[in-house]
Design a protein around this ligand. Structure first.
Ligand SMILES: [Zn+2]
Length: 94
């Protein structure tokens, strides 16, 4: 299955995730920000097609943390899910 990074829906999803997270890596203890920021799918892109463009299924990670998570998505999934749940919990009305 091909992943199209030029897909407008994907670009929009990425933008929403990164701006929700204030352009900062959400890995505990990291807080990197800037150009190497990426949006990671908490539930794997390939396994959960219906969640590909769900903002709540995205988390902002820096290039370094993203490479740590890659291939270990399932391990990090519960932690990221909780971090994102807290993000929404702190924003009233969402
Ligand atoms: Zn990071």
């Amino acid at each position: 299955m091909k992943r199209d990074f030029d897909d407008p829906l994907y670009k929009d999803w990425r933008k929403r995730v990164v701006s929700r997270d204030n352009n900062k890596c959400k890995m505990p203890g990291c807080h990197r920000s800037g150009k190497r920021i990426q949006a990671h799918h908490i539930k794997r892109w390939a396994d959960f097609p219906t969640l590909r463009y769900e903002e709540a299924n995205g988390i902002t990670l820096c290039f370094f943390c993203h490479s740590l998570v890659s291939k270990n998505e399932v391990f990090y999934e519960p932690m990221f899910t909780e971090i994102i749940a807290n993000t929404y919990g702190n924003n009233s009305g969402h």
